[in-house]
Design a protein around this ligand. Structure first.
Ligand code: UGA
Length: 467
């Protein structure tokens, strides 16, 4: 099937590459010329597991362009442009409107493609776009028969391709049967799982295919917001209990493990830490809060999830204040800048809040991240921090280290050397990545999040016995 994907961000590009790999003929369209040039040369500007490899394997089926002139030849046009937040929390639909009108401008009398909105949009938008586009083409003397469907994405950055090939569910929101049929044809290889998995992305054990949800556009749109709001709330919930666990001298890691065995709760997204970040949870939670307000309704749980998350990011500073002898003038090393491992994305990352609070307190900051430092430098060129070349380099002369992203590299770091190079011995594990006992045995004063080892575990072993 001939498909155009508009928007070459991580959602559009992942979708385009996946569909091309599955045998569709895909054109990925973006108005960013530099981005398109780089994609044409075979390099992905996005750090995403497996993307380069699968893009290379699918190269005969995929092309990249800045021009809308070919959209009319497509059976399906997927819109995956950004819907960033405005200052009042509402989603900015400017990119979406531009894309829709540019497509409408190309439509001819023969046959219309199905327009599919993959971007996260306020409930009602898909229907609104259908009205807009048909009005536009009526004005050009064309038959108003364009159908617009909602098909939200649930891709996690860093796992986007795997989520695209092996999703939990595919949600289709449409108003007519022919739209459902066409979308089911598009996703047939995924629904039936009858493709040869890319070598770098084998299917999860026991996976037999996604659930298919055929529903109305407004339901599909709301499913996306409700899913992200729920996940944000689930993390904020465990983070709230993490604070309580510390007060009670309990261990949140054990508590969430014990909770997670209950199938009604599940063990995913129950890891306490310095709070969630990224471009999606905060944006979507704020947008749905603001949409509800327009209807005179308060989404109390979602509002509180945001508040708890803001509060959670402050725990690093308050822990350091209680552990460091003198905060101003001390040196703190930050391990991890991206909002989670597996990506170089630094949007709304907890690291930015922690760094800015510590700088305000007169702390000297060193940072290290395996992939996100270039982005961080570009985004904050005047920030007064020192970039280190490795975890070991980072540790040199630090009074304290703070782990904010649970990169695998940190798990395997040379902790003995790190401890030796440090001036102090404080370690704040903002993601509960490391074993508190092992860290204590390396000689660290270790504090995780919600791990109340006040009396038993906090002090380093006198002998400095190795684990
Ligand atoms: C999220 C959703 O998980 C995707 O399903 C959705 O498609 C995407 O937003 C989107 O709307 O586009 P993403 O933002 O890539 O995906 O990241 P997540 O893996 O969901 O993690 C978000 C944040 O939560 C990260 O900062 C992570 O460190 C944090 N987190 C996650 C925790 O603090 N604890 C956990 O147990 C899990």
């Amino acid at each position: 099937m001939q498909v155009t994907v508009i928007g070459a961000g991580y959602v559009g590009l992942t979708t385009g590459v996946t569909l091309a790999y599955l045998g569709h003929r895909v054109t990925v369209l973006d108005n960013n010329r530099k981005l398109i040039r780089s994609l044409k040369s075979g390099t992905s500007p996005i750090y995403e597991n497996g993307l380069d490899v699968v893009m290379q394997q699918a190269r005969d089926n995929i092309s990249f362009t800045c021009s809308f002139s070919g959209v009319n030849d497509s059976a399906i046009v997927i819109i995956a442009v950004g819907t960033p937040p405005k200052s009042n929390g509402n989603a900015d639909l400017g990119f979406l409107e531009n894309a829709v009108l540019a497509v409408a401008n190309q439509l001819g009398a023969e046959k219309y493609p199905l327009i599919v909105i993959k971007s996260t949009v306020p409930p009602g938008t898909t229907y609104g776009v259908q009205v807009l586009i048909n009005k536009f083409i009526s004005g050009k003397g064309l038959r108003p028969g364009v159908s617009v469907a909602a098909n939200p994405e649930f891709l996690r950055e860093g796992n986007a391709l795997s989520d695209a090939f092996y999703p939990d569910r595919i949600v289709l929101g449409a108003g007519d049967q022919s739209a459902f049929s066409l979308l089911k044809e598009l996703y047939a290889p995924i629904l039936e799982q009858n493709f040869e998995p890319p070598h770098c992305l084998p299917g999860p054990k026991g996976y037999s295919g996604p659930a298919l949800v055929e529903t109305s556009p407004v339901n599909a749109e709301l499913i996306k917001y409700a899913s992200n709001a729920f996940l944000a709330m689930k993390i904020s919930f465990i983070n709230e209990f993490a604070v309580l666990a510390e007060l009670l001298d309990a261990d949140i890691v054990e508590v969430s493990r014990g909770m997670g065995f209950d199938h009604r709760i599940g063990d995913k997204f129950l890891n306490a830490g310095v709070g969630w970040g990224g471009s999606c949870f905060g944006k979507d939670a704020s947008a749905i809060i603001s949409i509800a307000r327009k209807y005179g309704y308060t989404l109390s749980l979602v509002e509180t999830a945001l508040e708890v998350n803001r509060r959670q990011r402050k725990i690093v500073t308050s822990k350091l204040r209680s552990l460091l002898e003198k905060v101003p003038g001390s040196t703190v090393g930050i391990m991890g800048l991206s909002f989670k491992p597996g990506t170089n994305d630094i949007r709304d990352t907890p690291a930015t809040d922690v760094i800015s609070e510590l700088l305000d307190l007169g702390v000297f900051i060193k940072v290290y991240d395996p992939v996100a430092m270039e982005n961080y430098r570009k985004q904050y060129p005047d920030l007064k921090v020192e970039y280190a070349a490795s975890p070991v380099e980072l540790a040199r002369d630090c009074d304290a280290l703070v782990l904010l992203t649970e990169w695998d590299q940190f798990k395997k770091a040379d902790w003995r050397k790190i401890r030796q190079l440090m001036k102090g011995n404080i370690f704040i594990d903002g993601r509960n990545l490391l074993d508190p006992r092992a860290m204590r045995n390396w000689g660290f004063v270790y504090q995780g999040v919600g791990r109340g080892f006040k009396t038993r575990e906090l002090e380093p072993a006198a002998s400095g016995v190795e684990p």
